[in-house]
Design a protein around this ligand. Structure first.
Ligand code: ADP
Ligand code: MG
Length: 242
């Protein structure tokens, strides 16, 4: 079952072509790792999926709904596609618990008690139940990112989008976030992950996509593609990230 379909999707910022007639179908349960040089369009591709950017050509279908379908469809799409950013983006004035409970209350319309219960379960899932009443500033980067993952999961998305989720973290904190992502993948969550963590790509990814100039240059099995790069530019790119 496909959950995301890019159909000749383009995105321009003025004269700048950032996504160039992308065709890409992602099935439920896939863990797609997205790599490529800076500026190749990785973040934009993710942001189009949940409507943070509007596409300028072609179409993009998420869980059966077109991102061009209007405000109501877009709201639904945003609920189905949770996003985790490099810079965590937690609400600084809310505790970990309140950050996670926010979505279920606002988006899913849960009562305060129900939302809190959901939030506690999710904080427990990411190993942070004991930090429920801490504010973001009182948490390490790795802990903040795990709260951000719990917050994205709280609205029960069908797909999780990760944009360089460990790039702002010290090496020892990256692993705790990658472990949460590993567990999520093992549970069958559909994921699209922009990352430079090639070990993660090989272990967890079901598919690896290398982007260049707004196009998909390579699309294949992560182990095969990383161990035997089918094109010279990917080979060169991998030598610089590893
Ligand atoms: P990546 O994530 O692969 O580094 P991005 O998708 O962030 O690439 O950006 C692709 C290109 O689009 C870059 O040249 C970037 O400067 C440009 N870009 C991204 N967002 C905007 C924007 N809001 N306005 C204008 N240009 C943008
Ligand atoms: Mg980016």
């Amino acid at each position: 079952m496909s959950i995301i379909q890019f159909r000749q999707t383009s995105k321009h910022f003025g004269a700048l072509k950032v996504l160039d007639r992308v065709d890409l179908t992602i099935d439920e349960g896939e863990v797609v790792v997205l790599i490529g040089p800076s500026g190749s369009g990785k973040s934009t591709l993710l942001r189009c999926i949940n409507g943070l950017e509007t596409i300028t050509g072609g179409d993009l279908i998420v869980d059966g709904l077109s991102v061009k379908g209007g405000a109501r469809q877009l709201r639904e799409i945003r609920q189905e596609a949770g996003m985790v950013f490099q810079q965590f983006n937690l609400f600084p004035q809310l505790t970990a618990l309140e950050n996670v409970a926010f979505g279920p209350r606002k988006v899913r319309g849960l009562s305060r008690a129900e939302a809190q219960e959901t939030a506690i379960d999710l904080l427990d899932k990411v190993g942070l139940a004991e930090k429920a009443n801490h504010y973001p500033a009182e948490l390490s980067g790795g802990q903040q990112q795990r709260v951000a993952i719990a917050r994205a999961l709280a609205v029960k998305p069908k797909v999780m989008l990760f944009d360089e989720p460990t790039s702002a973290l010290d090496p020892e904190l990256k692993q705790e976030v990658l472990n949460v992502m590993r567990r999520l993948a093992a549970e069958g969550m559909t994921m699209v992950v922009v990352t430079h963590e090639m070990a993660f790509a090989k272990q967890v990814g079901t598919r690896l996509i290398f982007m260049e100039h707004g196009k998909i240059a390579v699309d294949g099995n992560p182990r095969e593609v990383i161990d035997t790069p089918p094109n010279a530019r990917l080979k060169d790119f991998l030598q610089h990230v590893e």
